[in-house]
Design a protein around this ligand. Structure first.
Ligand code: PDD
Length: 276
């Protein structure tokens, strides 16, 4: 008899909940997005949907109607009635008995949560500590894939060191980005961050900062930094949808900017708040 075992329970294979056979679990074979709302309005939904479409194309999933995803997001968001929400959704290639080559006719699985956005964001405005970690990820980090084990391991390492984020360093010693955020340095009048390549996620918050920087007299330089250069920066920051813009005041035990959020970071945070 074909069967499955779930914890202590033996169940006939035929009656098994397809959720257990999700290719997202077996292979991380799916893509996701995280979107935020502020005061009842979803921020940058179109940009997130565009990136989602690119991620789907990147893993060769055709036939997902983005219009349909947009209306699901709107419907769930309206039903939740949460003003400051974190909206997470993913699509996997579907459910089937484990097989690397997916059946062409699989029905994709869609999953979404709408939850309260974390209120720890406020606390982080004082600045966080970060630690570096080797970037063990694959070569298509521009795809927002469900394969996040290297990111998870880096974050666990950072957490063990009392740090709120891991800053990933590639094989040639250059910083790519945070394990779940973009990373930027302010040196004099320049804002420096890694260029948009397949090594990093095209972050929507990064995009906002790059556009806003000239308004506060910062020149944007899209060039990767070494950890040594980052340590000497006047200001460091990370940026991500769930966190907004967060000042970094400690980098691998080195104090940055006297341990306080710098002038330009605070200006960027203020601009971002006004914008959203
Ligand atoms: N992460 N880089 C990585 C590796 C990320 O995982 C994220 C966001 C970002 C920032 O992208 P954006 O500004 O578009 O949110 C950069 C999400 C929030 C997550 O995985 O939870």
């Amino acid at each position: 008899m074909q069967l499955a075992m779930v914890q202590e329970r033996i169940v006939p294979f035929d009656g098994l909940d397809p959720a257990y056979l999700d290719r997202g679990i077996y292979f991380g074979d799916g893509v996701y997005e995280v979107v935020r709302s502020y005061n009842g309005r979803i921020f940058a939904l179109e940009e997130h949907l565009e990136r989602f479409a690119n991620s789907l194309a990147g893993i060769g999933m055709r036939g997902v109607d983005i219009e349909h995803i947009r209306s699901r997001v709107r419907r769930a968001f309206d039903a939740a009635e949460i003003l400051d929400a974190k909206i997470y959704f993913h699509i996997t290639r579907g459910s089937e008995l484990r097989n690397h080559v997916a059946d062409d006719n699989l029905e994709p699985n869609f999953f979404m949560t709408v939850t309260e956005a974390s209120d720890s964001t406020e606390e982080k405005t004082k600045g966080i500590s970060v630690s570096t970690h080797p970037d063990w990820r694959w070569k298509r980090c521009d795809i927002k894939s469900l394969n996040l084990l290297p990111n998870v391991l880096a974050r666990l390492d950072a957490a063990r060191k009392g740090c709120a984020e891991a800053i990933l360093v590639d094989d040639v010693g250059l910083i790519t980005e945070g394990a779940s955020s973009s990373f930027m340095a302010i040196i004099g009048q320049t804002l420096q961050t890694a260029p948009l390549t397949a090594n990093i996620l095209p972050s929507i918050t990064r995009n906002f900062i790059v556009k806003a920087a000239p308004d506060i007299t910062l020149r944007v330089v899209e060039e990767s930094l070494t950890p040594d250069r980052a340590r000497e920066a006047d200001e460091l920051l990370i940026a991500a949808t769930t966190e907004d813009i967060v000042p970094v005041v400690q980098f691998d035990n080195e104090t940055i900017g006297g341990g306080k959020p710098g002038k330009y970071t605070r200006l960027l945070m203020q601009r971002f708040r006004e914008f959203v």
